[in-house]
Design a protein around this ligand. Structure first.
Ligand SMILES: Cc1cc2nc3c(=O)[nH]c(=O)nc-3n(C[C@H](O)[C@H](O)[C@H](O)COP(=O)(O)OP(=O)(O)OC[C@H]3O[C@@H](n4cnc5c(N)ncnc54)[C@H](O)[C@@H]3O)c2cc1C
Length: 394
């Protein structure tokens, strides 16, 4: 994957080799389109949103369109496992917890039932019997999405990139895109070369606004630094996969504003990952710099939740790693053409829940870059839902 200094003509250039750009490139090269995938850092790297060993996958969503999209995602993940001969998914189930009267709790349950997803409703007593390490509070209940589980993220990213190359695609890592010239042929300049293509897909994660601003677009994206916290089991093995401990997702636990989620012990023996689905706003180039003003204090909030809901864990994080979310105001994705340049496509704003959906997101971005209509409901992902920002851009 050496950087080269030369001009080339491609059918499509994809900027950003995170999971979304890599899946877009995979689908394009499978259709025999000459595709170049550009990445600013040497691969693999841990400075964006797609690194780390695990992600949760689930059909449980309070928006029906994601539950429906996930049906195809499961098929495409299984196909990727076969093509790469690599295990990428482990079914554990997902335990969803929250106040019985919570509207999001209700609509998520309804979406599972309406879409005939295998699921089961549990009272607090039933939860305690089945998962002794979990304590619900008064007025709370739970349900299980049985299809859910763990995706092996790093392995998946590598499998997609390797297959892309095996289909004839080219990855140039360590090449930062510094200029984009729109036109019927798009010209992309990097720190090492100049390339041309009939279409361009921008999947630059937290860096998206830095790339689209010179193209007259300012997207309503917020980049957040997420603390990825691992907590120690008091009795080793009590929250592990062999003990049938599931992934979990809490709605407003302890009145928290955002979700709290966790995965059974995997990355580090004896530690389980429990995180807050929010963080402090950062510039992606300065992710690890101390904030000037103290912002969200999510670790004490998580410690409190651990004490009450997961009493078999030490209420102090043993390891903290970092990752970034790129959020839209409604937490739905942006998958659309640039409003002025039809052959420039933007895939952004995955709002901390895009990994599981990446096989279908890649398919959608691939279709858009070929000037085709994706075979799924696109309304929730259109740029037009932010008319104010679009008006100022044009
Ligand atoms: C802590 C955490 C937990 C998560 N948990 C889940 C989960 O359980 N389930 C789930 O479905 N999703 C989850 N997500 C979300 C999911 O991981 C992201 O939605 C997804 O990884 C976003 O991928 P991306 O390709 O858009 O971004 P990225 O992975 O950030 O990729 C963008 C790439 O573009 C490159 N780039 C940027 N600018 C340039 C440039 N100028 N030139 C060249 N390259 C450039 C960057 O270096 C980067 O590699 C989680 C995310 C985090 C951070």
């Amino acid at each position: 994957m050496a950087a080269q200094s030369r001009s080339s003509a491609y059918d499509c250039i994809v900027i950003g080799a995170g999971i979304q750009g890599s899946f877009t490139a995979y689908h394009l090269s499978k259709l025999r389109r000459r595709t170049l995938l550009l990445e600013q850092f040497l691969l693999p790297h841990s400075r964006g949103s797609s690194h780390g060993q695990t992600r949760i996958t689930r059909r449980a969503y309070n928006q029906d369109f994601y539950t429906k999209m996930m049906a195809e995602c499961y098929q495409l993940w299984a196909q990727l496992e076969r093509e790469s001969n690599t295990r990428l998914y482990r079914q554990t189930g997902l335990l969803l917890l929250g106040p019985e009267e919570d509207p999001e709790f209700h609509s998520t349950w309804r979406s599972l039932v309406q879409n005939r997803v295998p699921c089961q409703y549990l009272t607090a007593q039933e939860v305690q019997k089945r998962f002794p390490g979990v304590c619900l509070q008064l007025g709370e209940a739970a349900f299980i999405d049985q299809t859910a589980g763990v995706l092996y993220a790093d392995r998946a990213l590598r499998a997609v990139q390797d297959l892309f190359c095996s289909f004839g695609g080219a990855i140039h890592d360590g090449e930062k895109v510094v200029d984009i010239k729109p036109g019927s042929v798009v010209t992309v300049t990097t720190t090492s070369g100049v390339y041309q293509a009939k279409s361009l897909v921008i999947t630059a994660g937290p860096w998206t606004n830095k790339l689209v601003a010179p193209l007259g677009l300012r997207l309503p994206l917020q980049t957040l630094k997420i603390n990825v916290c691992y907590w120690k089991e008091k009795v080793p093995g009590s929250y592990g996969v062999p003990q049938n401990f599931p992934c979990f997702l809490g709605f407003h636990l302890n009145r928290a504003e955002h979700h709290i989620y966790g995965l059974p012990s995997n990355e580090y023996p004896g530690l389980i990952k429990v995180c807050y689905h929010h963080g402090n706003e950062v510039d992606p180039d300065e992710r690890d710099r101390e904030p000037k003003t103290p912002g969200l204090q999510e670790i004490p909030l998580l410690s409190d939740v651990i004490r009450k809901y997961l009493p078999g864990l030490e209420p102090k994080p043993a390891v903290i790693e970092h990752c970034m979310y790129t959020n839209t105001p409604d937490e739905n994705f942006i998958l659309d053409h640039h409003p002025s340049f039809q052959n420039i496509i933007v895939g952004a704003g995955f709002s901390g829940h895009g990994f599981k959906l990446s096989p279908v997101i890649g398919k959608i971005l691939c279709a858009l870059s070929l000037g085709k209509a994706p075979d799924c409901h696109m309304e929730p992902f259109r740029l037009q839902r932010f008319p104010k920002q679009l008006k100022s851009a044009l």
